[in-house]
Ligand binder design. Structure first.
Ligand code: COA
Length: 146
C-alpha cells in the first residue's frame, strides 16, 4: 500500500477533490468550485491521497487580524476512516495553525458527524457553542482545544 501524501489544491483537479470530500461530509453546505477557490485564497487547504486514491481533506482558517485563534478541520471519507489518516491531517493542520501564529485552536463540526465529534473530544477539544445557521436543521458545534 502506498503512503499518504498531501497536496495543496491549486489546480481544478485538486480543487475538485477537496470540494468532493467537503460536500460528501457536509451535505447541508454544498460548495461550488468558485466557493472552494475563494476559500483556497484565504485558508490553508490540503487534500490527502493514498497513492492516487482520494481519502480526505483539511482546512486551516488562520487567526483573524484581531485574534490568535485558528480553526483546524480534518475530513476523511467514510470508507477510509479508522486507519490514522484523520490524525495525520489534523496534526498537519495543527502545525500549520501554530506556524501562522495561533495560540488557541478551534474546530467546527456538524453535530450529525458523530465520528468527528468523538475524534475532537479524544483530541482534547471541548464544546463551546452549538448553533443553527439560517435554514439549517442540524446544529453546528464549535469546540476549543482545552
Ligand atoms: C474526524 C475524522 C477526520 C477522523 O478520521 P479518521 O481517519 O477516522 O481518524 P483516525 O483514523 O486518525 O482516528 C479515528 C479512530 O480510529 C482509531 N484508529 C486509528 N488508526 C487505527 C487503525 N490502524 N486500526 C484501528 N483503529 C485505528 C483511532 O484511535 C481513533 O479511535 P477513537 O475514535 O476511538 O479515538 C473523520 O471521522 C471525519 O472526517 N469526520 C467528519 C468530519 C468532521 O467532523 N471533522 C471534524 C474533526 S476535526
Amino acid at each position: 500500500m502506498s503512503d499518504l501524501r498531501f497536496e495543496q489544491p491549486v489546480d481544478d483537479a485538486t480543487l475538485k477533490d477537496w470540494q468532493h470530500v467537503h460536500n460528501v461530509i457536509i451535505p447541508t453546505h454544498v460548495l461550488s468550485l468558485d466557493d472552494v477557490r475563494e476559500r483556497a485564497g484565504r485558508n490553508h487547504l490540503e487534500v490527502a491521497y493514498l497513492g492516487d486514491v482520494l481519502v480526505g481533506c483539511s482546512t486551516v482558517r488562520p487567526p483573524e487580524d484581531d485574534t490568535t485563534t485558528a480553526t483546524v478541520i480534518a475530513r476523511v471519507l467514510a470508507a477510509h476512516r479508522r486507519q490514522g489518516f484523520g490524525e495525520k491531517l489534523y496534526a498537519r493542520g495543527l502545525d500549520r495553525a501554530r506556524e501562522l501564529g495561533a495560540e488557541a485552536i478551534e474546530t467546527v463540526i456538524l453535530s450529525s458527524n458523530e465520528d468527528g465529534v468523538r475524534f475532537a473530544q479524544q483530541h482534547g477539544f471541548v464544546e463551546t457553542e452549538r448553533y443553527l445557521l439560517p435554514g439549517d436543521t442540524i446544529p453546528w458545534i464549535t469546540l476549543r482545544l482545552a
